[in-house]
Ligand binder design. Structure first.
Ligand code: ASP
Ligand code: MG
Length: 439
């Protein structure tokens, strides 16, 4: 079995879906194939926008549903053979009517819960997967019944054992050779629709690969692999031909968002090779991610996160006192604030941590509440936050044990007049990150 995942731009237009068809036909010559598909380009965003409008009592959500309808009807007309078109249109129309009903419900009650939002946004993948499966004559797989999650709507946690068991059994008992499954969507144990978070179709594909013990996972996107740096920012960036799972994990968290970071773990655990390929340039080599991927380069890439805020907690009351960092990060975790990078110098006088700018208010409130007593008695200062910063990171498996990698990095930044606000290197030495001013 091979699993092939196609993203929104790959199924963006009828023309691109034709390329997708060729790629699938080619792979299906030698193996059974599960195709995992995203919603057509922009459809997820449109569904979210329509939900917001409806919840705000704005009837223009109807214009958006009309656009979604047109986009899919057009794809059907171009991709599905004539005598099957009316059947597919009828199928799609049933879904579109359901979508309209639920949006109308949101409009009437002016309320949008995360649960309802998941249900609405799941239509994107339901629609694209029906059209693709009909256009290539593949068996349509119901991802909602195979992928189980908890009830954290908006980005649920997968129940792995249950999911793998169901995937395994399903493909064992089917005789088809080519399957199409909607990405991103799942359901809770009670059968309520859930989703795997924005960009989650890659992750769905990894779950199908791990559950079916696939020989390979291929992520087909619109760039020719994982780049050494974000190609939109760095002209000299080039695709990395080979990367280890660990390097890929470091690279996927930053910058050029080629794959959704959680994707790597399921295939890493099972040792399934992961390929990143370009739908629009299928002959390009792309990136192959396996356990050991040696290209003889200590540094695999440079990645960056554009906008971050750097918060710090300092005070004489922190020195030599155990438990301060546990309380700090415990408070942040309870407030569901994701910490991007952490540094503490050995003087223990301050701890700095990078967070996303949207989280500033919740983070500061959480920290202030946790240390209310220490702040009141002057042992710890109120948390300070600076914005307008970015993170830049060097990533490479072979960096560990190499002398002078950080020296070179800091020298280059320094001689170009870039001031570093904070630096972090984990003891794995696979990633050196620096916080710099956003420019
Ligand atoms: N359609 C979903 C999104 O846009 C999932 C995906 O494309 O991976 O976030
Ligand atoms: Mg995507």
């Amino acid at each position: 079995m091979k699993v092939l995942k196609f993203g929104g731009t790959s199924v963006g237009t009828a023309k691109s879906i034709k390329k997708v068809k060729d790629i699938i036909a080619n792979e299906a010559k030698s193996d059974r194939v599960i195709v995992v598909v995203s919603a057509m380009t922009q459809v997820t965003n449109k569904l979210l926008a329509a939900s917001e409008l409806a919840a705000n009592g704005d009837e223009s959500y109807k214009e958006i549903t009309k656009e979604i309808e047109n986009k899919h009807f057009e794809a059907i007309r171009e991709l599905v053979v004539i005598d099957q078109q009316s059947g597919v249109i009828a199928n799609i129309k049933v879904l579109l009517n359901q979508l309209e009903d639920i949006l109308n419900g949101v409009y009437l009650v002016r309320e949008l819960s995360p649960k309802t939002s998941d249900y609405i946004v799941s239509f994107g993948e339901s629609l694209s997967s029906i059209i693709l499966s009909k256009s290539i004559g593949a068996e349509l797989v119901d991802s909602k019944s195979l992928i189980s999650t908890n009830t954290e709507h908006g980005g649920a946690t997968v129940l792995y054992d249950r999911t793998y068991k169901k995937i395994h059994e399903f493909f064992e008992s089917s005789n088809s050779n080519v399957f199409v499954a909607p990405g991103f969507v799942a359901s809770t144990e009670e059968g309520v629709t859930s989703t795997l978070g924005r960009g989650g179709s890659d992750f769905s594909a990894a779950l199908y690969a791990a559950g079916s013990n696939a020989a390979e996972l291929q992520i087909w996107t619109d760039v020719s692999g994982m780049y050494t740096a974000d190609p939109r920012k760095v002209k000299s960036a080039f695709p990395v031909k080979f990367a280890s799972y660990k390097e890929a994990m470091e690279l996927s968290h930053f910058g050029a968002k080629v794959i959704y970071p959680p994707t790597i773990l399921p295939v890493y655990k099972k040792g399934i090779p992961l390929k990143i390929k370009n739908t629009f340039a299928p002959d390009d080599q792309g990136t192959l991610i396996t356990a050991s991927a040696d290209e003889g380069m200590p540094i695999k890439g440079i990645s960056s996160i554009d906008k971050i805020a750097l918060a710090s907690l300092s005070g004489s009351g922190m020195i030599g006192i155990p438990g301060i960092s546990a309380r700090l990060f415990g408070a942040l975790s309870r407030a569901k604030v994701n910490v991007i990078l952490i540094t503490q110098a050995s003087s223990e006088h301050s701890i700095s941590f990078a967070i996303s700018p949207e989280d500033i208010t919740i983070a500061v409130d959480a920290v202030q509440e946790e240390f209310a007593f220490e702040i009141q008695t002057g042992k710890i200062n109120s948390p300070r936050v600076e914005t307008g910063l970015s993170v830049i990171a060097l990533v490479g498996e072979k960096m560990s044990g190499q002398v002078n990698v950080s020296g070179k990095m800091f020298n280059t930044l320094g001689s170009n007049g870039v001031n570093m606000r904070a630096i972090a290197q984990g003891s794995s030495e696979r990633n050196i990150s620096a916080v710099i001013e956003e420019k």
